[in-house]
Design a binder for this molecule. Structure first.
Ligand code: ZN
Length: 439
């Protein structure tokens, strides 16, 4: 198939921008990118998805997501308000996750996939928890991702908070899924080894995780709230990043999520070990955990990506918030203009490269055929130099009119072609009622 007929942003350094471009996709992969006329001449038989002057862009990548947060929407939990981030975890998230069944894992993920397609996101790095339904949960989430036609890296968040048996099940689930992905050769799936956070993991469990996850990357929340860092120093005499390093859990395939409270030594350790960091601006603000020093991390050479942390599915919104947050947090109206779009449009693709067998997030031959069309008619000149300025202040997720993943059209003219959104949402509401009843 061909997607063409509009300004095309490749996100590749070699040829970043075509004023009227097209991308040809065959067997799920991009085979050519060039002027629309030329590409149509070469592949005259191919199906043509006409962007009608809209912006053609690589499918977006979400660097950190929790599919299961679907069932928290509109549900504040029970038992009063939380004064701290840890209380919020205890009162809402660590009760909600225990109410999930395997069917809940599937449907919460499927609904999140629907939203991702509608927001132009084609690849997600998910972090899953369902302590009363651990075994098989990643396989149910993977089934939802593939049923929806997207790509995802999955992991189960191991924690000691629900006792040793659940921790052991989490370790086994990560290992089973890592082995499954390696054996399947499915390019749309990747696996990491999930850990909740230092504050809910004993040394003994971390040691078992390090052994069981050998060869995989570790996907872990790092110093999200001040408690994680404080408790780590009190209990272990180490910083959070230092503790992860002691157990061999850092490295280029590992994802350190948040890093709000890391000190200079921890920043250097993240840079030295080439560990990627994922920034989640709306979640950080909403949970009032603090201001993540992501520009400083980038200056030190750390690869920093952008995620939504299950707060929302809309990466355009996260981009805008990250941009404003850096300026507000650093009291500098000039902060982050280049770095923030780099997190979403460049670094998330580099993070995905470290996880998936097929490269994603750029419109380049050999990459996954993930393309979106954004309905946008710029009021000022649009070029390779200012495309990020247009995307920061112009279109939003609702302007994504077409989503193509692995060469399959999943949404056209804002209509989903593969998933039945009303039916999925109706089943989710039934399941969510039961989840909230068990809460
Ligand atoms: Zn998270």
């Amino acid at each position: 198939m061909i997607v063409g007929g509009g300004p095309l942003v490749t996100r590749d350094d070699g040829c970043p921008f075509l004023p009227d471009g097209a991308v040809a996709i065959e067997a799920g992969r991009i085979v050519a990118v060039g002027p629309t006329e030329e590409i149509r001449r070469r592949w005259g038989e191919a199906d043509f998805l006409d962007a009608r002057g809209g912006l053609i862009h690589p499918g977006l990548i979400n660097g950190h997501m929790h599919f299961y947060s679907t069932f928290a929407r509109g549900f504040g939990g029970k038992g009063g308000s939380a004064a701290t981030f840890t209380e919020l975890l205890e009162r809402l998230w660590w009760r909600l996750d225990k109410a999930l069944t395997l069917e809940d894992c599937y449907y919460s993920a499927l609904y999140a996939v629907v939203e991702a397609v509608k927001c132009g996101c084609t690849t997600l790095m998910d972090h899953h928890a369902s302590p009363r339904a651990v075994r098989g949960s990643l396989f149910e989430v993977a089934r939802a991702v593939l049923d929806g036609g997207l790509a995802a890296s999955l992991c189960y968040e191991v924690s000691d908070r629900d006792g040793p048996d659940v921790a052991a099940e989490g370790i086994a689930e990560n290992r089973a899924f890592i082995d499954h992905v390696a054996a399947s050769g499915e390019p749309r799936l990747a696996a990491a080894f999930g850990l909740h956070a230092s504050m809910t993991l004993s040394d003994a469990t971390l040691e078992r995780c390090a052994a069981a996850g050998e060869g995989a990357g570790f996907h872990v929340h790092v110093a999200e709230g001040p408690e994680d860092e404080r408790l780590c120093r009190e209990r272990h005499g180490l910083s959070v990043v230092g503790r992860l390093q002691r157990f061999g859990l850092l490295g280029p395939r590992s994802l350190a999520i948040h890093c709000v409270h890391v000190d200079d030594d921890e920043k250097e350790l993240l840079a030295e070990t080439e560990t990627a960091v994922v920034h989640n601006p709306e979640s950080n603000m909403g949970n009032a955990v603090g201001f993540a020093p992501v520009l400083d991390l980038m200056k030190r050479g750390v690869l920093v990506g952008l995620g939504t942390d299950g707060y929302v599915s809309d990466l355009f919104r996260s981009l805008a918030l990250a941009n404003a947050l850096q300026k507000q947090g650093l009291a500098d109206p000039d902060a982050g203009w280049t770095e923030v779009p780099t997190m979403l449009f460049r670094n998330n693709a580099r993070i995905a490269d470290r996880h998936f067998s097929l490269p994603r997030g750029r419109l380049v031959p050999g990459f996954a055929g993930d393309v979106i069309v954004i309905d946008y008619r710029p009021p000022t000149e649009l070029s390779e130099k200012n495309v990020n300025g247009h995307l920061l202040f112009g279109p939003g997720a609702v302007n994504v009119v077409a989503t193509v993943a692995s060469g399959e059209v999943l949404m056209k003219d804002r209509c989903l072609t593969r998933l039945d959104e009303p039916a999925i949402a109706a089943r989710c509401r039934e399941l969510a009622r039961a989840v909230h009843g068990r809460f």
